[in-house]
Design a protein around this ligand. Sequence first.
Ligand SMILES: Nc1ncnc2c1ncn2[C@@H]1O[C@H](COP(=O)(O)OP(=O)(O)OP(=O)(O)O)[C@@H](O)[C@H]1O
Ligand SMILES: Nc1nc(=O)c2ncn([C@H]3C[C@H](O)[C@@H](CO)O3)c2[nH]1
Length: 225
Amino acid sequence: HDALQHCLFSSLFSQNFISLKGNIASGKTTCLEYFRKTNNIEVLTEPISKWRNVRGHNPLALMYQNPERWGLTLQTYVQLTMLEQHQAPICAPFKMIERSLFSAKYIFVENLYRSGNMPEVDYVVLTEWFDWITTNIHIPIDLIVYLQTSPETCYERLRLRCREEEKVIPLEYLESIHQLYEDWLINRSIPLPAPVLVIPADHDLQKMLLQYEEHRDRILAAGCS
Ligand SMILES: Nc1ncnc2c1ncn2[C@@H]1O[C@H](COP(=O)(O)OP(=O)(O)OP(=O)(O)O)[C@@H](O)[C@H]1O
Ligand SMILES: Nc1nc(=O)c2ncn([C@H]3C[C@H](O)[C@@H](CO)O3)c2[nH]1
């Protein structure tokens, strides 16, 4: 009975799906935390724990160690876990999801392929999967929030956070990821699934919390855009 009531409740609201995007260590987790605490927003962080341990295997580490051999393995699993995130039922008027099925394809798969770290057959098979999913399954996104940082800032923060698998990431990797985000979200090289709100995110924690406060109304008006 409760589940039915919940679903009726959530169907009454024009559900608003906000996708939070940004480079590695651009501050997404901090942003999600802010909105989880201050508003009635359901937050879905990246399922990175799954990528680091799927039945005892760590495809994230494997990909960083040998992208040509393990890129497809990780990306196939990222695509599945991100689809699960998009499909997860929600019972709040807003759902903020860290990155998306789209950023996995347009940023990370694209980067692996363009940098020569993904054989074309792998790229083509992943694209076939992605095209089938996005054609046959509705992936609702009402607003994209882009935490725009410089690669250097992300590199510094990355080193501070020192996640084991990420120790091998050079600045150049962050620069190419940054360029793909800029091409997509600023220069609109690929059609966008939703409007983009850009938040400069090179500032310190205090200033960022003020930025989130300033942009709160715009973000929570997602569905009425
Ligand atoms: N505005 C900030 N100023 C300084 N350090 C920050 C700021 N925001 C986050 N950090 C720190 O930088 C590191 C990365 O931040 P965070 O985990 O929020 O990034 P992220 O975008 O979620 O990373 P990923 O893409 O890897 O999930 C963390 O150690 C965090 O404490
Ligand atoms: N190759 C690859 N493809 C993805 O779709 C993807 N999404 C996130 N990540 C990496 C970035 C951070 O190290 C860590 C947490 O964001 O996981 C990815 N790596």
